[in-house]
Design a protein around this ligand. Structure first.
Ligand SMILES: NC(=O)c1ccc[n+]([C@@H]2O[C@H](COP(=O)([O-])OP(=O)(O)OC[C@H]3O[C@@H](n4cnc5c(N)ncnc54)[C@H](O)[C@@H]3O)[C@@H](O)[C@H]2O)c1
Length: 455
C-alpha cells in the first residue's frame, strides 16, 4: 500500500489534532463513518473494515440497514459473506442514527447525485448530508465527499455548510473530494485496487485524506485541489459518453452502407496504439455515464460556456432506444407483421451484463416505446424476477422463464443486455426473429434464430 507522509506547508496553521489523527490512521484505530451504504458506500466501508478500521455505515434507508445488520448483502455482486464477516468482526455496524457521526474521526459521503426532471443536477442529497455532518462536526474530523458532482461543489457548497458549525479548515477540520470509480461487475479491478484520486480544499486536507485511503487502498494519487479531483471524475465519464455516442452514430451510418460496425471495431482494435474500442448499444445505463456529464454542462453554462460535445453525445445516446424500436418495427414488417399486436420479448433489464443494477437502464424505455406502439411486451432477466418501480417507470411486469419453449412464443426477441444466461444457442432454436443490440447472438455456435438483425 502507498504510504503518504504528512507535508506541513510553510506558514500553515497546525491542526490541534494533527498528530492524533495521523497516529489513529497509522494504527487503524481511526473510526470511519461512511454515509450512504449503496453501490459505492457499502464496498468502501467493507474495504476500510477489511484493512482493520472500525467502520460505521450510515444510511437513511432502514430496510438496507436492517439487512446489513443481519449480515446480509442486498447487492448481488457484493458477496453476503463479506458483509457477514464484517458484522461478525464487531468492526462494522450499519445504522440510521446520525448522532454516531460525532464519534467518527473520518466521514466519507457516498450519497446519490441524480438529475432533476430537466436534466439539472440534484445536489440536495449532498446538502442534506452536509447539514447532518455540520450539526455534529467537531475538531479534528476529516470529511471526504465521494459523490460525483460538478467542479466547485466541495469548496462552494459543502464547505460553507460545514462552516455553519463555527469551525474552520484546516485549523479545526479537514475537507477533501475523492471521486468514486466503482465499476460493478468488473473482474480485474475492485474498490481496493482501483487507483484513488484525492484533492483537498487545502493541502492539509489533501494529505490527511490521502493518508486515510493509503491505509486501505493500493494506490492513492493526490491532486492539487478538490476541483481537480471533481473535474477528473467528470472527464472520465464524459470521455465514455462521447465515445459511446460516436460508435452509436457510426453504427447507424454503417447500417445504411450495409457494413457491420462490430466487425469494423474488431478490425480497428488490431491497431496496437492510438485506438480504444467502445461498443454501440441500446442506449446508456447506470448511475454514472447517462447522468454525470450533465453536471458539467450545467456548471459550464454558469460560466457562459457551452459543453457541446456533452450535449451532442447526450442527444445521440438518448435516441438509441427509439432507434432500436424502429429496427424492431422494420424487421417485423419484413416478416409481414405489424409491431402493433406482435409479441415482443426484451432480454435483459440490467444496464450491463451479469449485474443486478437496472438504474437508468435503456431496457425500460424500449419496453415502454414498444408498448406505446401496441406491442404485447414481456422481459426476461434472471437478475430481476420483477420489474422495479423506478422514478420514471412502473411497468408492473415479471420476468418470463429463460427457456427455449418460452422464447419460441414471441414474434421478436430484443437483446438489450448480454447476460451469460442468454448465451446458450439452444435458447433460440425455435425463435423467428432476434434484434440484437449487443452483438451477442452472432458469435454463438449452434442453431440460432431464423433471422438475426443487428441494431
Ligand atoms: N454505482 C456506481 O457504480 C458509481 C460509480 C462511481 C460513482 N458513483 C457515484 O457515487 C454516488 C453514490 O452512488 P451509488 O451508486 O452508491 O448510489 P446508491 O443509490 O446505490 O446509494 C446511495 C445510498 O445513499 C443513501 N442515502 C440517500 N440519501 C441519504 C442521506 N441523506 N443520508 C444517508 N444516506 C442516504 C441511499 O439510501 C442509498 O443506500 C453518486 O454520486 C454516484 O454518481 C457511483
Amino acid at each position: 500500500m502507498t504510504k503518504v507522509r504528512r507535508r506541513v506547508q510553510p506558514g500553515e496553521q497546525a491542526l490541534a489534532c494533527d498528530l492524533d489523527l495521523a497516529a489513529r490512521i497509522e494504527a487503524r484505530s481511526a473510526r470511519i463513518g461512511v454515509i450512504g451504504q449503496g453501490y459505492v458506500g457499502l464496498p468502501l466501508a467493507l474495504v476500510f473494515r477489511e484493512a482493520g478500521f472500525p467502520v460505521i455505515g450510515l444510511d437513511v434507508d432502514a430496510r438496507k440497514v436492517e439487512a446489513l445488520q443481519r449480515g446480509e448483502s442486498y447487492i448481488q455482486h457484493i458477496g453476503p459473506e463479506r458483509v457477514a464477516a464484517a458484522v461478525a468482526s464487531g468492526r462494522y455496524e450499519a445504522t440510521v442514527d446520525f448522532d454516531r457521526l460525532a464519534a467518527c474521526d473520518a466521514i466519507v459521503i457516498c450519497v446519490p447525485t441524480p438529475l432533476g426532471p430537466h436534466r439539472e443536477p440534484d445536489n440536495s442529497y449532498i446538502h442534506a448530508t452536509a447539514r447532518q455532518v455540520a450539526k455534529r462536526l467537531r475538531r479534528g474530523q476529516l470529511v471526504i465527499l465521494e459523490s460525483t458532482t460538478y467542479p466547485g461543489t466541495t469548496e462552494e457548497e459543502v464547505l460553507p455548510i460545514l462552516g455553519e458549525s463555527g469551525l474552520t479548515t484546516p485549523g479545526d477540520f479537514l475537507l477533501a473530494f475523492s471521486p468514486e470509480r466503482e465499476d460493478p461487475g468488473r473482474q480485474n479491478f475492485n474498490t481496493r485496487t482501483i487507483p484513488k484520486l484525492v484533492g483537498g480544499v487545502n493541502p492539509a486536507s489533501t494529505d490527511f485524506a490521502a493518508m486515510l485511503y493509503a491505509a486501505a487502498l493500493e494506490r492513492v494519487i493526490p491532486v492539487s485541489s478538490a476541483r481537480v479531483a471533481e473535474s477528473a471524475k467528470l472527464l472520465e465519464n464524459v470521455f465514455r459518453a462521447v465515445n459511446i455516442a460516436l460508435v452509436n452514430e457510426l453504427k447507424m451510418i454503417f447500417e445504411h452502407m450495409a457494413i457491420d460496425v462490430w466487425e469494423v471495431i474488431r478490425a480497428a482494435e488490431t491497431k496496437p496504439f492510438g485506438f480504444m474500442a467502445f461498443y454501440p448499444g441500446p442506449g446508456l445505463g447506470g448511475h454514472c455515464i447517462p447522468l454525470d456529464p450533465f453536471y458539467l454542462s450545467w456548471k459550464a453554462a454558469e460560466h457562459g460556456e457551452w459543453a457541446r460535445f456533452i450535449e451532442l453525445a447526450g442527444e445521440i445516446n438518448s435516441r438509441m432506444p427509439r432507434y432500436v424500436v424502429e429496427r424492431v418495427a422494420h424487421a417485423l414488417n419484413q416478416d409481414g407483421k405489424a409491431l402493433n399486436g406482435s409479441r415482443v420479448l426484451v432480454l435483459g433489464l440490467a444496464y450491463k451484463a451479469n449485474i443486478d443494477d437496472d438504474r437508468e437502464s435503456p431496457s425500460y424505455e424500449i419496453l415502454e416505446l414498444l408498448q406505446e406502439s401496441g406491442a404485447r411486451v414481456d422481459y426476461c432477466d434472471p437478475y430481476f424476477p420483477a420489474a422495479r418501480k423506478g422514478r420514471k417507470h412502473d411497468l408492473g411486469i415479471r420476468s418470463v422463464a429463460c427457456k427455449p419453449e418460452v422464447f419460441a412464443g414471441y414474434d421478436a426477441l430484443v437483446v438489450a443486455t448480454a447476460h451469460d444466461a442468454f448465451k446458450d444457442a439452444a435458447l433460440y432454436r425455435d425463435v423467428g426473429l432476434v434484434v440484437d443490440t449487443r452483438n451477442m447472438i452472432a458469435p454463438l455456435h449452434g442453431s440460432g434464430p431464423r433471422r438475426l438483425v443487428k441494431a
